[in-house]
Structure formats: structure tokens, C-alpha cells
Design a protein around this ligand. Structure first.
Ligand SMILES: [Zn+2]
Length: 80
């Protein structure tokens, strides 16, 4: 809890928002090399707990790509 009777500093609010807001999970399309969005939207904590293999139909090339957490990153994070 913020111990003071004042609004949270902006940087704290922003980092809380980053943690709490589900964002798109991105992977790199092996056909085009472009970053593409999967069907998943996850919070940081849920993303870190993600297990197994996932698949989605790529909006860039139309193929189904399989990916794992190690291949992916959250929108707004630095790409792999
Ligand atoms: Zn693709």
C-alpha cells in the first residue's frame, strides 16, 4: 500500500498498469520475419507462468504457427 495520503507517483502507476493490464502476446512470423500478434492477451504474471506449445493463424502469412513462451514476448517489451 502507498503509505501517504497522496496520489501514487506516475512511474509507479505506470508500472502497476503494465503488470495488471493484459497485453497482446507477439511472436516473430517465420515466413515474413514480422512481429505478429497471437490470439492471446496476457498479464505479465500470466505470461511468465505460460507452459506448453500454442498455435495461432498468422495474420501476415495465413499459416498456422506454433510457438512457446521462449519464442514470444509481450507487446511493449523488447522483441526477441
Ligand atoms: Zn506467419
Amino acid at each position: 500500500m502507498w503509505p501517504y495520503d497522496a496520489p501514487l507517483p506516475l512511474d509507479v502507476r505506470v508500472s502497476q498498469q503494465v503488470i495488471m493490464t493484459p497485453v497482446r502476446v507477439l511472436v516473430r512470423c517465420p515466413e515474413t520475419g514480422a512481429a505478429v500478434s497471437t490470439v492471446l492477451r496476457l498479464r505479465q504474471t500470466a505470461f511468465e507462468a505460460l507452459l506448453g506449445e500454442h498455435a495461432f493463424r498468422c495474420e501476415r502469412c495465413g499459416e498456422v504457427h506454433r510457438w512457446r513462451k521462449e519464442d514470444a514476448w509481450l507487446e511493449g517489451a523488447s522483441p526477441r
